[in-house]
Design a protein around this ligand. Structure first.
Ligand SMILES: NC(=O)c1ccc[n+]([C@@H]2O[C@H](COP(=O)([O-])OP(=O)(O)OC[C@H]3O[C@@H](n4cnc5c(N)ncnc54)[C@H](OP(=O)(O)O)[C@@H]3O)[C@@H](O)[C@H]2O)c1
Length: 243
């Protein structure tokens, strides 16, 4: 069966791992036919990812877009529906972290973080949800963080944005429950991705890998539509690294 799956921030890190895991799932089960709509601001990332997915026989579409361009989102969603018929799954993964001491974070750090993690995520979800509502079916994942319920010394802005994303998740549940749409809040701890910049080997060894997070997401999606995995919390076995 065909499934149109939109993944924001697909080009790197966790989003990329999610796309690859959906591709593996399709290779393993020919009755699962995902159409992966891969979205981020960097076309070259998306093209290399699309080639990897295509090597497993999976149909992809690359969309170079910035989710903070709110005025363009309605047309972007309509175009996806025009080409693929509907949207079955939205993975709100695009996100950024600006870390540092509370007294040193700037207005630009604030604006950049909130524009992407909150404004872009909110308005994209707002444009996609009515499609699922009218289908009376669909699945929206929010890749929040363990920082959606716990603060860390260098994460004042990041935690603010992730606590707020969790607020959006809870609000969306009130709508989704009425129309058979599944909502999953994915709360990972530290995973080795480009978001962290350069990491030394010792620190990397204390972290998860992106595929540790993508696997459970794909499994949650593949459960019968009658069953909703409401939360996925994943931490490095030794606990959080940035206490
Ligand atoms: N890594 C972790 O330890 C960790 C832990 C918990 C939660 N998370 C969350 O997981 C999500 C993915 O993180 P990651 O670690 O995989 O980060 P990443 O490696 O930096 O990847 C983020 C992706 O989002 C895209 N992106 C950023 N801003 C965008 C925008 N305005 N419009 C469209 N795409 C945008 C980036 O591509 P372009 O820059 O090319 O657009 C990139 O493909 C984030 O929401 C993050 O907060 C990460």
């Amino acid at each position: 069966m065909k499934h149109t799956i939109v993944i924001t921030g697909a080009g790197k890190g966790i989003g990329r791992a999610i796309a690859l895991d959906f591709s593996r799932a399709a290779s393993a089960d020919p009755s699962f036919e995902p159409v992966l709509v891969l979205l981020s601001r960097t076309g070259s990332d998306l093209e290399s990812l699309a080639a990897e997915c295509a090597s497993r026989g999976v149909q992809t579409e690359c969309i170079v877009a910035d989710i903070t361009e709110i005025g363009a989102l309605q047309a972007l969603v309509e175009d996806i529906v025009g080409r693929h018929g509907t949207i079955d799954c939205l993975i709100n993964n695009a996100g950024v972290g600006r870390f540092g001491p509370f007294t040193e974070l700037t207005e630009e750090d604030y604006q950049y973080t909130m524009d992407i993690n909150l404004k872009g995520t909110f308005f994209l979800t707002q444009k996609v949800f009515p499609i699922m509502e009218s289908n009376r079916s669909g699945h929206i994942f929010f890749i929040t963080s363990v920082a959606a319920e716990k603060a860390y010394p260098s994460s004042a802005l990041y935690s603010m944005s992730k606590y707020a994303q969790k607020g959006l998740v809870e609000a969306m549940r009130l709508y989704a429950v009425k129309c058979g749409v599944r909502i999953t809040n994915v709360m990972p701890g530290a995973a080795v991705t480009p978001m962290w910049g350069e990491l030394d080997k010792v620190t990397k060894n204390l972290m998860m890998m992106p595929e540790d997070i993508s696997g459970p997401i794909v499994q949650a999606y593949l459960l019968p539509q009658r069953t909703s995995v409401e939360e996925i919390v994943l931490r490095p076995v030794g606990g959080d690294i940035n206490e």
